[in-house]
Design a protein around this ligand. Structure first.
Ligand code: PMP
Length: 399
């Protein structure tokens, strides 16, 4: 007799499953464009120089004490400045309730739990498509999910008209999940003008914008530019929420360092909200890990290291942008009759290629190229060495 005899295996995670299959393939020329982590031009993981230097500064000097329940104050201060702006009035007026979170995922999850606790009847509007884990996060927080139009398959761009309609048709005061930049999986972002329009309609409707910002700096190479959507909403006076992550832009994936912040009407309310966020975290994981937070606060508070970081973010973004151009040019050189303009138009880590599930299966089975079946190509997995092979295979399966 077993206590767990009724437990069946969980469904495989669609993204992590790709990596497993890739690792199991003995073919030397196999290609992994499923992974959502940056790789250098040899396909290897990267640790930034600024991170190595910050590590050198603390090695052997740390005690292993707990951080405060809400995490490192210094890390949070620096992190908020990145998102809200160096001279943000909201920061000066202490109107932001913020806690260190277990990277972007943890920030989203604590927010979802907070939403459930203090707006128990609210729903969350999520773009179609979105990062698959968003659905899991709000499901496990028991928040009802609604969707809004986002991607337009024919144009491989934004379905702006349908998105606006959905925002208008949602009941006043609805919660919306927005990707601040480099939308995952589509790589399609609204333009600045479109963000302004979205912000206006949010204002009219009294909607709550929650920004998932997992790629600040990674999209354009400039964290300020990638914060544009957020700044537009702030200028319009929205009391936004943000989930920030240092997984991609600082390459701190496994360190699990991020931040959840909510703009409140005044300092008093921010103190109250922060205390409630901490109280949500307490029974889940008590307090966040110290090492990654220390690295972030060292890097962002030292002008030399911060500059180095800004350069290194740009190098990562530029490599990805360069691979977009190379992939598109190779496909065009092969004489593909299809349009591949979207490869260079989309931004961030991913290219939503438009390949069908059947075409992806052929890429995997015939060419040992691994990616998710929704046709999402992680541009970080493309290198000067495999781009021609990849283009050729894509051309073959789309003929
Ligand atoms: N949001 C989005 C849109 C993402 O793509 C990711 C990473 N795949 C995350 C959040 C969270 O990543 P992490 O928890 O590693 O910061």
């Amino acid at each position: 007799s077993s206590w767990w005899a009724h437990v069946e295996p969980a469904q495989k995670d669609p993204i992590l499953g790709v990596t497993e299959a890739y690792l199991a393939d003995p073919t030397p020329h196999k290609v992994n464009v499923g992974v959502g982590a940056f790789r250098d031009d040899n396909g290897n993981p990267v640790v930034l120089q600024c991170v190595r230097e910050a590590e050198r500064r603390i090695v052997g000097k740390l005690n292993m004490e707990y951080l405060p329940m809400g995490g490192s104050h210094k890390m949070i201060d620096e992190t908020l400045r990145l998102a809200y702006g160096e001279n943000s009035e909201f920061i000066k007026d202490k109107r932001i309730a913020a806690i260190q979170a277990l990277s972007g995922t943890g920030a989203c999850r604590v927010f979802a739990d907070f939403q459930k606790r203090f707006r128990p009847d609210s729903q969350i509007y999520i773009p179609v498509p979105t990062w698959a884990n968003h659905h899991n996060i709000w499901r496990d927080a028991h928040v009802t999910q609604k969707t809004f139009h986002y991607y337009h398959p024919e144009s491989r761009g934004l379905d702006f008209a349908a998105m606006i309609d959905d925002i208008k048709n949602a009941p006043n005061g609805s919660f919306f999940l927005l990707h601040a930049c480099a939308h995952n999986p589509t790589g399609v972002d609204p333009t600045e003008e479109q963000w302004k329009e979205i912000s206006n309609i949010f204002k009219v409707k009294g909607h709550f914008p929650f920004f998932d910002m997992a790629y600040q700096g990674f999209a354009s190479g400039d964290p300020e530019r990638d914060a544009r959507a957020i700044r537009i909403f702030l200028e319009d006076g929205h009391a936004i929420g943000i989930a920030q992550s240092f997984a991609k832009n600082m390459g701190l994936y496994g360190q699990r360092v991020g931040c959840l912040s909510l703009v409140c009407e005044d300092e008093k309310r921010a103190v109250a909200v922060k205390s409630q966020l901490q109280q949500l975290a307490r029974p889940m994981y008590s307090n966040p890990p110290v090492h990654g937070a220390l690295l972030v606060s060292i890097i962002l508070s030292d002008p030399h290291l911060k500059n180095l970081w800004l350069k290194e973010v740009k190098v990562m973004a530029d490599r990805i942008i360069g691979m977009r151009t190379a992939l598109r040019e190779n496909l065009e050189k092969l004489g593909s009759s299809l349009s591949w303009e979207h490869i260079t138009k989309q931004i961030g880590m991913f290219c939503y290629s438009g390949l069908t599930a059947e075409q992806v299966d052929r890429l995997t089975n015939e060419f040992h190229i691994y990616m998710t079946r929704n046709g999402r190509i992680s541009m970080a997995g493309v290198t000067t060495k495999n781009v021609e092979y990849l283009a050729n295979a894509i051309h073959e399966v789309t003929k």
